[in-house]
Design a protein around this ligand. Structure first.
Ligand SMILES: [Zn+2]
Length: 270
């Protein structure tokens, strides 16, 4: 009961992080002339991704997490510029938000959530397709393998890359549980937007615009809020476990018991 009480207090006051708190960079995919995926009824990836990112920012700020967006409006930001912004900000995490689509013969047959982190080799044909789609807007600037060779030579990036896998699984499992969505798995692929990240970086494909029922749902504000809430829970869970190395929670409790333990062991922090 004591733990429950502590959690309640934290929820009411917002957790206090010792040093100002972790910084999360959210990256709404595409923007400006680059619309990303478009559903048959006209829902556009760039707009829904931005809406979800805004809602997620608000959710994370409730947990005293500092949040930066790679774009706050409908503007075109280069893929490499997005991760550069996160590196320059010394961000603890980078989460790129996208909506998926399938080739025409699979429309209305495939729905659900896929989560990705970076690797040189895609983990399958589908992962390769998704990376190709998301990388397409980079045009000629892409030099994936060179960038990856660079990553593997940098110790900080190697550690970040290792943690990215944990972040991807934490966030993915939370999304599947909360949204009761079809689980299309965690995969790896060479996404330009994740290359060179000095912090754990993932790309979440939170639904399929090529599935008409799912596209309709994705347009609804309530559903966007549900996605944002779930992403926030996954991110905070990860920050408490892994990010906690750098940002210890500072909570004064009665009786000297470690309130940090109480939080990390709580059911909400699975
Ligand atoms: Zn996208």
């Amino acid at each position: 009961m004591h733990r429950l009480f502590t959690l309640l207090l934290l929820a009411l006051s917002g957790a206090a992080w010792a040093d100002g708190g972790p910084v999360v960079v959210l990256d709404p995919g595409h923007g400006g002339p680059k619309t990303g995926a478009v559903s048959t009824s006209g829902e556009r990836e760039k707009e829904i991704a931005l809406e979800i990112a805004r809602k997620l920012k608000a959710e994370l700020e409730k947990a005293s997490v500092r949040v930066l967006l790679t774009r706050e409006s409908d503007k075109d930001v280069e893929l490499k510029e997005r991760i550069r912004l996160a590196n320059d900000a010394g961000a603890d995490l980078f989460v790129s938000i996208h909506l998926n689509s399938m080739p025409k013969r699979y429309w209305n047959r495939v729905r659900g959530i896929e989560t990705y982190f970076l690797s040189m080799e895609a983990t399958g044909e589908r992962a390769q397709q998704v990376a190709a789609l998301e990388n397409a807007e980079a045009g000629e600037q892409a030099a994936p393998t060179d960038d990856l060779a660079f990553i593997l030579n940098d110790l900080a990036q190697t550690q970040a890359h290792r943690d990215a896998s944990r972040l991807a699984y934490t966030v993915h499992q939370q999304l599947i549980a909360d949204l009761k969505a079809s689980d299309r798995g965690v995969h790896q692929a060479p996404f330009i937007v994740l290359m060179g990240a000095q912090m754990p970086a993932i790309l979440a494909e939170v639904g399929f615009l090529s599935h008409s029922a799912e596209a309709k749902q994705l347009r609804e504000e309530a559903h966007q809020e549900k996605i944002a809430g779930s992403l926030a829970r996954g991110i905070v869970t990860f920050l408490e476990k892994v990010g906690g190395r750098d940002h210890a929670l500072e909570v004064k409790g009665e009786g000297g018991e470690s309130e940090v333990d109480a939080l990390t062991e709580s059911p909400s922090a699975r």
